[in-house]
Design a protein around this ligand. Structure first.
Ligand code: PMP
Length: 306
């Protein structure tokens, strides 16, 4: 990462970075009345192009999240994407980026207030984290994933994130890289900001979407790539904690986590304790699809320039 980017986008208007503020009395600040998306842009040096991955799917998920929160003003997919493209072009970033899009209650009031609403977008340069190559050690958290009966875990609302945060903080304090949360039924759910998968007897197994997980766009992408491109059988079902220890490989996935190998859980090695071969193949293929270095699934990549 170089310097702080020059601009952010507020309500579709490009403003200097320092002016990207939300008031301390806003419901967004006080009660977490905000929904958001994290997107990635991949710089393709050969094409001299920045590709944003599955922008339409992220925008649609954010529309659903705003509707769920009964916000007065809904920023539709077109207005979100137009504002994002305008910002990226103004910043003229020619490197990998992370983009955060927040829709929120900018007014004050009680927790039930639904407006007025704001749309904030920030894009910052992204450096590939070391965890992608090295993999991560993981702790099964003593915290349970918030159940669907208590909060809408398939909605990306900022208020949901304290659950994963405390699990991650505990894992770091205990000497692990990150956490894996079980749900109230004791089944494997997901990580603090990423989904879980394992390879067992050559099959890819993902906890199903009814396990209090976010309906992850990366997870859906990888299921397609595994089935269609890598000819791997995929199962979506309940996963028991003890089942993981019989897996040959395991990984986390998400927009920011991409495909991150899990090398151990609770200090017990997964496979031989190294990132597994199928995880590596999937990792490479996913990156090539996102970056556009393979001519496949062009409709998933939104070109920003030209
Ligand atoms: N679970 C949680 C709780 C997340 O915050 C994220 C990141 N958005 C994911 C899973 C992965 O979702 P996606 O692939 O859509 O980024």
């Amino acid at each position: 990462m170089t310097d702080t980017p020059k601009y952010v986008s507020l309500d579709g208007v490009i403003v200097p970075w320092a002016e990207g503020n939300v008031h301390i009395t806003s419901s967004a600040f006080k009660y977490g009345c905000a929904v958001f998306e994290g997107l990635r842009g991949y710089w393709n040096a050969g094409d001299q192009q920045l590709y944003v991955f599955r922008a339409d799917d992220h925008a649609r998920r954010l529309v659903n999240a705003q509707r769920f929160q009964r916000f007065d003003t809904l920023f539709d997919a077109t207005s979100q994407t137009t504002a994002m493209v305008d910002l990226l072009r103004a910043l003229d970033l020619r490197e990998d980026v992370q983009i955060l899009v927040h829709a929120y209650v900018s007014g004050g009031g009680l927790p039930a207030s639904t407006g007025p609403n704001g749309l904030a977008i920030a894009a910052t340069p992204w450096t590939t984290p070391a965890r992608l190559e090295a993999g991560v050690s993981t702790q099964v958290s003593s915290w349970r994933r918030t159940p669907e009966t208590a909060a809408p875990m398939r909605i990306k609302t900022t208020g949901n994130y304290n659950n994963g945060r405390i699990a991650a903080v505990q894992a770091l304090a205990d000497g692990y890289d990150t956490a894996l949360l079980l749900n109230e039924r004791g089944k494997v759910s997901e990580g603090p900001s990423m989904c879980f998968a394992m390879i067992r007897d050559g099959r890819a197994i993902f906890p199903s979407v009814t396990n209090d997980i976010l309906e992850s766009i990366t997870r859906a992408t990888l299921i397609d790539l595994l089935r269609e491109d890598l000819d791997v059988t995929v199962e979506e079902r309940d996963v028991d904690r003890s089942e993981i220890f019989g897996a040959e490989e395991a990984f986390f996935c998400g927009t920011a986590w991409e495909v991150t190998p899990i090398t151990s859980i609770d200090r017990l090695a997964i496979g031989d304790g190294q990132p597994g071969p199928l995880t590596r193949r999937l990792q490479r293929h996913y990156e090539a699809v996102c970056r556009g270095t393979v001519a496949a699934r062009d409709n998933w990549r939104l070109p920003i320039y030209g």
